[in-house]
Design a protein around this ligand. Structure first.
Ligand SMILES: Cc1cc2nc3c(=O)[nH]c(=O)nc-3n(C[C@H](O)[C@H](O)[C@H](O)COP(=O)(O)OP(=O)(O)OC[C@H]3O[C@@H](n4cnc5c(N)ncnc54)[C@H](O)[C@@H]3O)c2cc1C
Length: 459
């Protein structure tokens, strides 16, 4: 396997000097880049800081021989705001139909997330049990603090279990859904709420009675990152921001966030930056530690991604497959060869495995487990090759039951300190797609506009 560590880079001498600006933006993921774009448009000078060597945050790729794999995002809506913000980006992202499936607990590949027509393929007794449990739960819905209580109240226990949703949620967290806060479902599984409202269910029943599938497949193409990886996309965005005057300090760790009267001093491994404002798109945990010396008490989920090739994939025609089976640690696989074409006559894909906070990070062991589990599921031929792996820290917030108060408290403390937290990391929010990250960052900056000041203008 290739060495996964980035090359050690010498720090340019000029970046070690103290510099001044109106706003320091912490984090060069999509939230930080959006903030920089909006702030420079309103006439403020911006310096961006990130510990990574490249922009893009959780959108990162790995080139290995003829293959390019990702650790994070892959699909963008065609109306993604990034395409309006930055020139020429849309053209580099080719249109592709997203064809998603899921492995259900019975081993069959089904529609993702769930098609009511699938219900009709179940044995009659199971169908009757499903309807009875759904109606009972809907009529006697009680407290919904946990993800499990929410799912049961909307779906009943039979659909919840036989669809595999129960296993997916537990796999995602390394914890049973009864320990997960309803916040997870509100952020990540809104489709359950939408699909189980009375008018939606009535429409579903009507379609089923007329013999049609309930959930129309998405027929318009989404956009995907350039063939060679996210580097090309975020490199172009960085250049455009630099041309507008935004400065970048990449590969720089933040050491401390201090307040000095009306200014902030951001101490980094590449020198200090003094600014009137700080926008924080790094983790809420980091900001609390660096600014206040306090922990949030919040948990996170890191993600192990395996980069794999295989001569043939059997039993699945699409490009994204979710694991709703009882077996396996992996939760999703993305088949790049179904998007960009095969390489060396081989299919290639990435496999996402959520990591338990105290669990193993052994990629080889995870690969062996994956081979064992998919052999039982019958979807791959036998010559799977592991090319490399990546670990994405803070891939998801862990919504432990009752964590809402801790999130509000941590955000409140950071705002009182004077930092404006944005993005999935800065607000500890499961914003499932990057378009929502942009939307939410813009809304927060608009609200904070009157507080953002230039360094040389007295308040
Ligand atoms: C596996 C996965 C698949 C996804 N799939 C899709 C998809 O298909 N389509 C889609 O639109 N969205 C998808 N998303 C969601 C999307 O990627 C994220 O919502 C978005 O990238 C989050 O942006 P962000 O800027 O808030 O955080 P991030 O992208 O995580 O950026 C945070 C930045 O802060 C930096 N940082 C953190 N701590 C520190 C520190 N202490 N000091 C310095 N720097 C620090 C990090 O290096 C990083 O660059 C996916 C996400 C994941 C995890």
């Amino acid at each position: 396997m290739n060495d996964v560590r980035p090359p050690v880079r010498a720090i340019p001498v000029d970046t070690l000097c103290e510099s001044k600006c109106d706003v320091v933006v912490l984090g060069c993921g999509i939230a930080g880049l959006t903030a920089a774009y909006e702030l420079q448009r309103s006439g403020l000078s911006v310096v961006m800081v990130d510990r990574a060597e490249e922009c893009g945050g959780s959108h990162r790729s790995r080139n290995i021989g003829p293959y390019t794999f990702d650790s994070g995002s892959v699909f963008f809506e065609p109306t993604h705001p990034m395409f309006d913000m930055f020139d020429g980006i849309l053209e580099t992202c080719q249109p592709v139909l997203r064809k998603q499936g899921r492995i259900a607990p019975d081993g069959t590949v089904r529609h993702y997330p769930f098609a009511a027509s699938e219900f009709l393929t179940w044995p009659l007794l199971l169908q009757l049990r499903g309807i009875s449990s759904l109606l009972t739960r809907r009529l006697h819905a009680s407290g919904q603090e946990s993800a499990e209580a929410f799912c049961l109240s909307r779906l009943g226990h039979v659909i919840y279990e036989y669809s595999g949703l129960k296993y997916y949620i537990a796999r995602f967290h390394h914890a049973p859904a009864s320990e997960i806060d309803i916040l997870f479902c509100e952020k990540r599984m809104n489709f359950i709420l939408e699909g189980t409202r009375i008018p939606a269910m009535a429409r579903t029943m009507w379609r089923l009675l007329r013999g049609r599938s309930t959930l129309p497949q998405r027929t318009y193409p989404l956009r995907v990152r350039p063939r060679d990886g996210f580097g090309a996309l975020y490199g172009a965005i960085r250049t455009q921001l630099e041309n507008k005057g935004v400065s970048f300090r990449l590969g720089a760790r933040v050491l401390e966030l201090a307040r000095e009267n009306r200014e902030f001093r951001v101490k980094t491994t590449h020198g200090d930056i003094v600014a009137r404002n700080v926008v924080g798109a790094i983790t809420l945990e980091s900001m609390c530690q660096l600014a206040l010396g306090e922990a949030t008490g919040l948990e996170k989920i890191d993600l192990l991604t395996l980069f794999i090739s295989v001569s043939q994939i059997e039993g699945f025609e699409g490009n994204v497959l979710f694991n709703f089976h009882r077996l396996g640690e992996w939760k999703r696989l993305t088949i790049y060869s179904r998007i960009y074409g095969k390489a060396k006559e081989r299919e290639y894909f990435s496999v996402e495995i959520p990591l338990a906070s105290d669990g193993s990070r052994d990629a080889l062991a995870a690969f062996r487990n994956f081979c064992r589990d998919v052999a039982q599921m019958g979807i791959f031929s036998k010559d799977l090759v592991l090319h490399d792996f990546d670990i994405l820290e803070d891939a998801y917030p862990f919504y432990r039951k009752g964590c809402g108060a801790k999130i509000s408290d941590a955000i409140g403390r950071i705002e009182t300190f004077g930092i404006i937290p944005v993005g999935r990391q800065g607000r500890f929010a499961y914003l499932p797609v990057s378009a929502l990250v942009i939307e939410s960052t813009r809304a927060i900056l608009t609200e904070a506009a009157t507080r953002l000041r230039k360094s040389n203008v007295p308040p």
